[in-house]
Design a binder for this molecule. Structure first.
Ligand code: NAD
Length: 446
């Protein structure tokens, strides 16, 4: 099948590659000429496990191409995916300018029937908007005889396991009532739908809302657990025991109930906000979602508050070793990352940061540039050098085993602030550390 994907970010690039890998002929279009040039050379602008090899393999096989030539892209694909960004507007609602721009481009260059697929996360009603937009541009160009459909096909991949998620999707949501489009989407996704039926066909608005409902549910679980953690801290309970205690109930489950320093990334924060705004626009007060958002914003400040309290507010001139900058492990994405809130608070208090992350160093450099109060360290060990305390923000695998002797010699005070509950408090105290975590009593070194 001939497929075109607009946008080569986390979603468009992975989706394009995965479709090419099962034998479809895919053209990926992006307006970022530098990115397209790099991708053509097999240089991958993002970190996503398994992606690079697949890009190279499928490009070499001639099934995957990258271009800035939108007209060629529209000519190529019977199916046109829109996978561009939908960042938050000033008021938190989803900014649809990139989606509508692509819709316009498709209409301008269309010469035959096209199925336009909204892969981006877009508010309910966007497919209708795209439909109107395309029809208007077709009319302007005297092409009213051309037919098209707009399908909602939201993406559920997780950064860090995007390739695996796309290869083995939990579900394939198709929002359209057009039988031809349903048939084409079935054919397109058939290679991913072999083990058991994963395709769920529904009306377009329900498909759009399904994506928001999924992300908002996950964000709710996180904020709920963080609220319990804050309560546990104040009540003298241990949130990790509570987590195990509730996870056994299959109605609750163990997934996504880890307390921490708040959710970040490009999806949960903006999708919760966007749904709150969508609700407001129709005069509905989304009380639960607002609380989820408020709890998350506060949770991102809790590590700083613990640090501030431990040092009695005297943070000026102190240096902190910070492990983990990406918003979660296995990605280099720093969008809305809790590490940013923490670093910015530490800097505002006059402290310095020595940071290490296995993948997000370049992104941190790009975001903050060169500043006297930030040192980007080549290893987690060098980040410790002469620091007053260690702060763990992202739960990368290789932060799990600690070299206790080294940490003791490098830190001026044996103090660890762990935003991800990666260690046992009693063991840390036993090893001579003052150890703060989330939802558990701080333990002082023995
Ligand atoms: P991104 O910002 O990483 O990438 C978007 C890409 O679109 C960029 O490369 C940009 O240059 C390109 N672009 C912008 N305008 C264009 C145009 N007119 N023509 C062609 N390309 C254009 O975004 P992303 O993280 O891949 O997210 C894309 C959408 O998918 C968003 O709506 C997001 O909410 C949703 N989504 C993201 C994830 C995720 O984990 N990142 C998961 C599921 C859904």
């Amino acid at each position: 099948m001939k497929i075109t994907v607009f946008g080569t970010g986390y979603v468009g690039l992975v989706q394009g590659v995965i479709l090419a890998n099962v034998g479809h002929h895919v053209v990926c279009v992006d307006v970022d000429a530098d990115k397209v040039e790099k991708l053509t050379q097999g240089i991958i602008p993002i970190f996503e496990p398994g992606l690079e090899a697949l890009v190279k393999e499928n490009s070499a096989a001639g099934r995957l191409q990258f271009t800035t030539d939108a007209a060629a892209g529209v000519t190529h694909g019977d199916v046109q995916f829109i996978a561009v960004g939908t960042p938050p507007d000033e008021d938190g609602s989803a900014d649809l300018q990139y989606v509508l721009k692509v819709a316009e481009t498709i209409a301008e260059h269309m010469q035959a029937h096209r199925i336009i697929v909204d892969k981006s996360t877009v508010p309910v009603g966007t497919a209708d908007k795209v439909r109107t937009w395309v029809a208007r541009v077709l009319e302007q160009h005297g092409k009213t005889a051309l037919t098209f459909d707009v399908v909602s096909n939201p993406e559920f991949l997780k950064e860090g396991s995007a390739v695996a998620d796309c290869q083995k999707p939990d579900r394939i949501i198709i929002g359209t009532e057009d039988t031809h489009s349903i048939e084409i989407m079935r054919e397109l996704y058939a290679p991913f739908n072999r083990n058991h039926e994963k395709m769920i066909v529904m009306d377009v608005r329900s498909a759009e809302l399904t994506k928001y409902a999924a992300n908002c549910m996950l964000a709710t679980k996180i904020s709920f657990m963080n609220e319990m953690a804050n309560l546990a801290e104040r009540l003298g309970a241990d949130i990790e025991a509570v987590r195990q205690g509730i996870g056994t109930d299959p109605r609750i489950g163990y997934h996504f109930i880890y307390p921490g320093v708040g959710y970040g990334g490009s999806c949960f924060p903006k999708d919760v906000q966007a749904l709150v705004r969508t609700a407001e626009n129709i005069g509905f007060d989304a009380k639960v979602l607002k609380a989820v958002e408020a709890r998350n914003a506060e949770q991102k400040t809790t590590l700083f508050e613990k640090i501030h309290a431990h040092f009695n507010g005297a943070l000026s001139g102190k240096t902190f070793a910070l492990w983990g900058l990406a918003f979660k492990p296995n990605t280099d994405d720093m969008r809305e990352a809790p590490s940013r809130v923490l670093m910015e608070a530490l800097w505002a208090a006059g402290a310095k940061v020595q940071a290490f992350d296995p993948e997000a160093m370049e992104e941190t450099q790009r975001l903050y540039g060169n500043r006297d109060d930030l040192t980007l360290c080549g290893t987690k060990e060098t980040a410790l050098n002469g620091a007053d305390a260690l702060v763990v923000v992202t739960e990368w695998q290789n932060f799990r085993a600690l070299d206790f002797a080294l940490i003791h010699t490098q830190l001026s005070q044996p103090t660890i602030f762990d935003g991800r509950n990666m260690h046992e408090p009693a063991r840390m105290a036993n090893k001579g550390f003052t150890y703060y975590s989330v939802g558990r009593k701080p333990l002082m070194s023995e």
